[in-house]
Design a protein around this ligand. Structure first.
Ligand code: CA
Length: 263
């Protein structure tokens, strides 16, 4: 199987005192996750930590198919989609459970974006406004659609994407983990080419650095690690108003963005 290469960095940014983001880098499982905790006062980081731990445990425990499933198994989607979706729903329940024993954390929650690679097949899931992008030498494409108020207005033609970026409600998300129910996990599939790269990030990157600039930075970096470092640096240079988490994943080599092979 083509080897998976990756790099991941999480950074507190220039303004916040705590880093409430968390990430999970598990190439041996083909699993990569970014979680952006909400709630402040040392609660957000607890929520995002619960997410990465719960997802790592469930995905790690379900490498074989013959296992009793804790929640509804959806036969219309793949095994990996069920693993990722169930792991995220269990994380939602685990946060709600933690809040029941620690009522001072009642406002905590978390977004999540995660990918599970099986060969070149990528299963992707997200809740909230943490994003996945697909990049190659031709350009950048946001693969996830934010569960946010401004994204809904853009989808309905009420706001333009550039208006959404500066709108006062740009941080209002319409879904987050932590209520212990009623979560609609968005699932997607794609086939990753060796010339493609996946980027997972919290809104501390996407809110500070535009898509085109993200693409230019990755294109100009030699390796995945240097691309991740340069993205963090750009978010900080643009203000670093929030915690910044960046995970880049590719197949075949650790080049930031392999050139398309000309036939
Ligand atoms: Ca954030």
């Amino acid at each position: 199987m083509t080897p998976i290469h990756h790099a991941g960095i999480t950074d507190v940014g220039c303004v916040r005192k705590h880093n409430e983001d968390n990430m999970l880098l598990r190439p041996e499982l083909g699993l990569f996750v970014v979680a952006d905790g909400l709630g402040g006062h040392a609660a957000g980081e607890v929520a995002s930590q619960i997410v990465v731990e719960t997802v790592a445990r469930f995905v790690g425990d379900t490498t074989e198919k013959d296992r009793t499933w804790p929640l509804d198994y959806d036969t219309t989607v793949s095994f990996d989609a069920n693993r990722l979706r169930t792991a995220i729903l269990l994380a939602d329940q685990a946060i709600a459970e933690d809040i029941r024993s620690n009522p001072e954390r009642e406002t905590m929650g978390s977004t999540v974006v995660g990918v599970l690679l099986h060969g070149a097949t990528v299963t992707m899931a997200h809740v909230g406004d943490s994003r996945a992008y697909l990049l190659n030498s031709e350009g950048i494409q946001q693969v996830t659609r934010d569960h946010s108020w401004v994204a809904e207005q853009v989808a309905n033609g009420i706001l333009t994407p550039s208006e959404a970026r500066v709108h006062p409600f740009r941080n209002v998300i319409t879904q987050a983990l932590g209520n212990g129910g009623d979560i609609d996990v968005d699932l997607q599939n794609l086939e990753l080419q060796e010339t493609d790269r996946l980027l997972l990030c919290s809104d501390g990157l996407s809110g500070m650095v535009g898509d085109q600039q993200i693409w230019e930075i990755v294109k100009g970096a030699p390796t995945l690690q240097s691309a991740a470092e340069a993205l963090i640096e750009a978010a900080r240079a643009n203000g670093g108003e929030d915690n910044i988490t960046v995970v880049v994943v590719g197949l075949g080599s650790d080049e930031a963005l392999p050139k398309k092979i000309q036939a």
